[in-house]
Design a protein around this ligand. Structure first.
Ligand code: OGA
Ligand code: NI
Length: 361
């Protein structure tokens, strides 16, 4: 059975190694079909995702607060993406963690390969998502690790080098989880639910939610117009809190266009995953996104996935289900749900769409 697969179906090739070997052409396995390549259709360069100031959301000024809450709600319904500033995660923790990962990816291949991952848990150093033999591959490597629940956290599987890495990761994750908890309360209120509803639906606050981090490394690419750093996908989980660097590359689908996100220094890019689309019964959107690569500078991004516990059923929130708005999705655990992307790799929005049990109004 596929979900018991212990190893990758083909020898793993590190994209960073390919890139640094000086090849002039992208190997066939990374060349996308013409319609799936970058550059088309792209929207005008001025479009950008909404920006939310977290300080406004906790302001004593109720007018300011309501306005910011309205902005979050619109962003979740219209874009599925926004950037957050004044998010409470300390600047030195952000830059320290990003730098630690840069240094990790700068280590010799033998050192990184000590952490080579397998498709059973994906934990460790990896170079593909999906286990189907012969599948198209993306131009990136990554490191994936679990932070919550505490029972599955194993810092021995986290990079030992650079020396500060494990400690920084603990601090970083602790602060980012707090931001995630805050966002869950704001989303609940905005959907007309009790403040703690979504947190509870994810399994409860204290160490109950699950959380993991994927540090993505997009090496320089000799023919960036032929490939993608990460193929179009929606994130399967709850909230993704992404720390990009100053190299652009992330694109979000907006209506029929790809919009390139322009990262604000020290802001996070937040996007909603499929579980929030399900819980909100389709009111919030988990939106497709993809990553382009370039030939001049490698890119590092840290994607923190704030997810429901794996073993509880996620289904449309009862207060949002009425006769006029029947449930759009069946109940499913996140463990079951995420097998799809782990098996097939990034496949646009095909999973959540295939789950529809009623047509949206
Ligand atoms: C992801 C993702 C975007 C990026 O890791 O799921 O969409 O910019 N990353 O690296
Ligand atoms: Ni993603």
């Amino acid at each position: 059975m596929i979900n018991c697969m212990k190893s990758w179906p083909e020898p793993v090739i590190r994209v960073q190694h390919l890139s640094e070997s000086g090849i002039r052409a992208v190997p066939e396995r990374y060349v996308k079909r013409p319609g799936d390549r970058p550059g088309w259709p792209e929207s005008d360069r001025h479009a950008n995702i909404p920006v939310i100031d977290m300080q406004d959301l906790s302001s004593d000024d109720s007018g300011l607060r309501r306005r910011a809450e309205g902005l979050v709600g619109d962003a979740c319904r219209e874009w599925g993406f926004f950037q957050v500033v004044n998010h409470g995660v300390r600047q030195e923790v952000l830059s320290g963690t990003r730098e630690a990962w840069r240094r990790f990816f700068g280590l010799p291949l033998e050192e990184k390969n000590k952490y080579a991952n397998s498709p059973t848990t994906y934990e460790g150093y990896g170079s593909r998502l999906g286990v189907e033999k012969g599948m198209s591959l993306d131009w990136s490597d990554y490191f994936f690790l679990h932070y919550l629940p505490v029972e599955v956290r194993d810092p021995n599987k986290w990079p030992l080098l650079p020396h500060s890495c494990r400690e920084l990761l603990m601090k970083y994750s602790e602060e980012v989880v707090k931001l995630g908890n805050q966002l869950m309360k704001i989303f609940s209120r905005n959907l007309g639910l009790e403040e703690g509803y979504l947190l509870q639906a994810f399994g409860g606050v204290e160490n109950m939610t699950s959380a993991c981090l994927r540090a993505n490394y997009y090496p320089k690419c000799p023919q960036p117009h032929l490939t993608l750093g990460l193929s179009p996908h929606s994130d399967p989980g709850g909230i993704t809190i992404l720390l990009p660097d100053d190299v652009s590359g992330l694109q979000v689908r907006h209506r029929d266009y790809w919009v390139t996100i322009k990262p604000i220094p020290n802001a996070f890019i937040v996007n909603l995953g499929d579980q929030l689309q399900v819980l909100s019964n389709g009111k919030y959107k988990s939106v497709e996104h993809r990553v382009l690569v370039n030939s001049w500078k490698e890119r590092v991004s840290l994607a923190f996935f704030y997810n429901p516990r794996g073993d509880i059923l996620i289904k449309p929130a009862e207060p949002l289900v009425t006769e006029a708005e029947p449930p759009l999705y069946p109940a499913m655990t996140f463990d079951e749900y995420r097998l799809y992307i782990r098996t097939r790799g990034p496949c646009g929005k095909s999973q959540v769409e295939s789950q529809l049990i009623n047509s949206p109004p």
